[in-house]
Write a protein that binds this ligand. Structure first.
Ligand code: BG6
Length: 478
């Protein structure tokens, strides 16, 4: 495969995400020869770093992946730094000078990826400056990668879209949802559409319910200030959980193009049934906030740094979601996510209906993290004299060696962006419809009291009501 030619301009190059995720991801692409001599990266941020200091930061961030120090040095030599005040036009003029020089030096063919890893508040000023100061090239491609959140509700997302599209067209905007870079999530379409065992059965006639569980054992760590303005619904549900839901329930795309792939997801997100009243939210959505652990070892959310001592921010949510489409009528999709639950476990369970009212059902379980694996539960006869039924799993799990070769979330997504493949990036219509649904939860929560917070101790599976939500449907969280 021929390596790609490109110049990447990264805003937020001194940040935590860049060092933890982006440089290691780009290094793996370099090691695998997807990018090589025709690649350069300009890192920008406020801090006055030199190229050499920047390269050392990059080298430090990839240290645990280096087999050949000379090759790592060679990689780091493609990194350049320019200090930048994002509101100052002059800085973009200098940035353009450096970009043009590197275009020549590395023969990047005018291909540019602008990656903004900064507060979303800065997206509009940066993109409008990029346009005003002529940083978009005429030959080659121009692509924008941005991190979540895309807006804070439907209204602000629509405003942001209007601002960004003054510079970039929708199909030049790559909105990162890092869950779409996960191996097991990318596999959902293959499982659903390439198996005779599943494709014809994937509907309300044969599926009883679907469960998506994004449980975390960590708390809010040092992100209290951000989390106070977010909560788990905006942090995990609006994006990650609803994306998984869409992948699990969308119709088979009419073609292999990313346009048709995203259209299929949009159709689902447009048909999520919004909650119309506090009563509806009350019976379908359970929210929680963690208190100190029972042994006092872990802090409660309200004791975390930069969190109000009477905060009403939710750190846990479980919900029963319905889709207003005939093929999904009556099939509940249960989702839950929370901080400081008893374990990290990102899983999907599809529970099929039993035959003839029997309780012997089939279940497909997809484990996304911490392990990566698939299990299909089938019924056989209990081996031996007995004729009783026995449930057995057919399992496939990647071992740690195999898992270490899998592209990491950001690696896969940056690779897709370089390839111009938008399938694993969210279209504005996906984001907008996800917000409309999520807004319907918040609008009703605003009318309700949260007097029972905190309502689950850190280190447990969440509030009891989350179990009751499924019990009403004669099921439980797998
Ligand atoms: C992020 C959230 O999007 O996803 C974090 O902002 C969360 O709060 C993280 O911890 C979880 O991602 P992963 O890949 O560890 O499941």
């Amino acid at each position: 495969m021929k390596p790609h030619s490109l110049l990447m301009i990264l805003f937020g190059a001194t940040g935590d995400l860049a060092a933890r995720k982006l440089y290691p991801a780009i290094y793996r692409l370099y090691k695998n020869n997807h990018i090589s001599e025709h690649f350069a990266l300009i890192g920008t941020a406020r801090r006055p770093w030199s190229d050499n200091h920047f390269r050392q930061v990059v080298l430090d961030s990839i240290a645990d992946q280096v087999d050949d120090p000379d090759h790592a040095q060679e990689f780091a030599s493609h990194f350049y730094y320019q200090s930048n005040d994002v509101t100052d036009s002059d800085h973009y003029i200098h940035l353009q000078e450096l970009a043009q020089k590197l275009d020549q030096q590395y023969q990047t063919q005018g291909n540019r990826i602008f990656y903004i890893s900064l507060s979303p508040k800065l997206f509009p000023v940066i993109t409008s400056q990029l346009k005003a100061q002529g940083l978009l090239t005429n030959q080659g491609y121009n692509r924008l990668i941005i991190e979540k959140p895309f807006g804070y509700d439907y209204q602000t997302a629509a405003e942001l879209q209007a601002q960004l599209t003054q510079t970039f067209k929708e199909n030049q905007i790559y909105r990162i949802d890092h869950y779409l870079g996960k191996e097991a999530i990318a596999s959902i379409k293959n499982i659903r559409f390439n198996n005779t065992l599943f494709a014809p059965l994937w509907n309300k006639k044969y599926i009883d319910n679907i469960q998506i569980s994004l449980a975390e054992d960590i708390g809010v760590e040092d992100r209290g200030a951000y989390y106070e303005s977010s909560g788990v619904v905006k942090d995990m549900i609006q994006n990650h959980a609803l994306q998984i839901l869409a992948l699990l329930t969308m119709d088979e795309p009419v073609s292999q193009t990313s346009e048709d792939f995203r259209k299929a997801k949009i159709n689902i997100l447009q048909h999520l049934r919004p909650f119309q009243s506090p009563d509806q939210v009350n019976s379908n959505v359970v929210r929680g906030q963690y208190g100190p652990s029972l042994d006092g070892h872990l802090k409660g959310y309200r004791q975390e740094e930069n969190v109000a001592s009477d905060s009403t921010t939710e750190t846990f949510v479980a919900a029963k979601i319905s889709i207003n489409l005939p093929q999904w009528e009556g099939v509940p999709i249960f989702i839950r996510s929370g901080k400081r639950m008893d374990q990290k476990s990102t899983t999907i369970n599809v529970i099929f209906k039993g035959l003839n009212e029997s309780e012997m059902t089939n279940r497909l379980s997809i484990e996304i993290a911490p392990k990566l694996g698939y299990q299909l539960f089938l019924n056989i006869k209990e081996p031996g004299y007995s004729n009783a039924n026995k449930v057995i799993p057919f399992s496939y799990e990647l071992n740690s060696d195999q898992a270490s070769y899998m592209p990491q979330d950001y690696e896969r997504l940056i690779y897709d962006c370089i390839e111009g493949n938008l399938s694993n990036f969210t279209h504005f219509e996906e984001v907008a419809n996800a917000w409309k649904f999520v807004d319907s939860i918040y609008e009703n929560w605003e009318k309700m009291e949260t007097s029972d917070f905190p309502n689950y101790p850190a280190g447990c599976p969440g509030p009891k009501k989350a179990q009751e939500l499924l019990a009403k449907h004669q099921t439980y969280w797998y």
